[in-house]
Design a protein around this ligand. Structure first.
Ligand SMILES: NC(=O)c1ccc[n+]([C@@H]2O[C@H](COP(=O)([O-])OP(=O)(O)OC[C@H]3O[C@@H](n4cnc5c(N)ncnc54)[C@H](OP(=O)(O)O)[C@@H]3O)[C@@H](O)[C@H]2O)c1
Length: 262
């Protein structure tokens, strides 16, 4: 199967499922039956992460993830995952580097979310210790966007058009565990999607807050350099084992899904 550059990254995009039960399957079929909200706990949302990496294990090329995730299968999964979650968590550096816009722009996706009992687009969530958020990105200029910011300093968001709620946390409380508990309790978030970056994902893994990882392996190498892997920050004391839940392929790109034990 070959990538068609003009193909829309919608739910009808087909992938080859290699494991389990090999067959051709659409992204809509794959994601439509997940119903991840069933697994939400009372203490935190069910938390999934989505990353793309190169064959040599890097999460960015020339400072951006975009060149790695250009395949229509990857974009289809990326937007498809956004379609089924209550909130999307993005680190403050990724928010600025990738110049985030609104989370769900496509009217068809917004309608499908509403039909499924969700808000038209997911709550955008970010965390910052410094309080230095890049507020000049399209997301903050979008009147319909809802954004929750967890910060340990004051953040002035009065000049943004978006609906921003800042949760001020004491430095001792400024953990991902606290942020996720507040998302569950204050915002009713049942399913949270983390789109990175590596620092935020590393913190989630370290605090044992991840339930699943959707990992796209792009058929390319970045070479040397300083680009991170999909996790950054302190290493774990012990190897964290994960279980392969599915493996799919399209045009040489691999789509892997891993489960973490709680
Ligand atoms: N391959 C992929 O799928 C993928 C996905 C996302 C990003 N990326 C790439 O990754 C790079 C950016 O990632 P990154 O690791 O540098 O940054 P990041 O994870 O997006 O954001 C890190 C920032 O989050 C805040 N933060 C982190 N831990 C925190 C905590 N426990 N409490 C409060 N705030 C916390 C800090 O913000 P303050 O500095 O404001 O305090 C920190 O500087 C970019 O090159 C991007 O393209 C790749």
């Amino acid at each position: 199967m070959h990538a068609d550059p003009g193909e829309r990254p919608g739910p009808s995009v087909e992938l080859e499922r290699l494991y389990p039960n090999p067959r051709t399957i659409t992204v809509g079929e794959l994601l439509g039956s997940l119903a991840l909200e069933r697994f939400a706990g009372s203490d935190r949302p069910y938390t999934i992460a989505n990353f793309v990496e190169s064959v040599d294990g890097r999460a960015a090329f020339q400072g951006r993830s975009g060149p790695l995730g250009s395949d229509v299968g990857d974009r289809s999964l990326f937007h498809g995952l956004r379609e089924i979650v209550d909130a999307v968590l993005v680190g403050s550096r990724t928010l600025g580097t990738e110049r985030y816009g609104r989370m769900t722009r496509d009217p068809e996706r917004r309608q499908r979310r509403v039909a499924a009992g969700l808000s038209p687009e997911p709550l955008a969530v970010t965390v910052t210790r410094s309080g230095e958020l890049s507020q000049d990105i399209p997301l903050f200029e979008e009147p319909e966007a809802r954004i929750a910011v967890f910060a340990q300093t004051a953040v002035d968001t009065s000049r943004t058009a978006a609906n921003v709620q800042v949760h001020r946390l004491d430095p001792g409380e400024m953990t991902m565990t606290t942020a996720l508990r507040r998302l569950r309790v204050d915002h009713g978030v049942r399913v949270l999607l983390c789109e990175g970056g590596p620092t935020i994902f590393g913190a989630l893994v370290e605090e044992n807050l991840v339930d699943e990882l959707f990992l796209t392996v792009a058929p390319s190498l970045t070479g040397g350099g300083t680009a991170p892997a999909i996790t950054s920050g302190p290493g774990l004391a012990e190897l964290r084992e994960v279980t392969l839940a599915w493996a799919l392929e399209r045009a040489g790109t691999l789509f892997l899904r891993y489960r973490f034990e709680r």
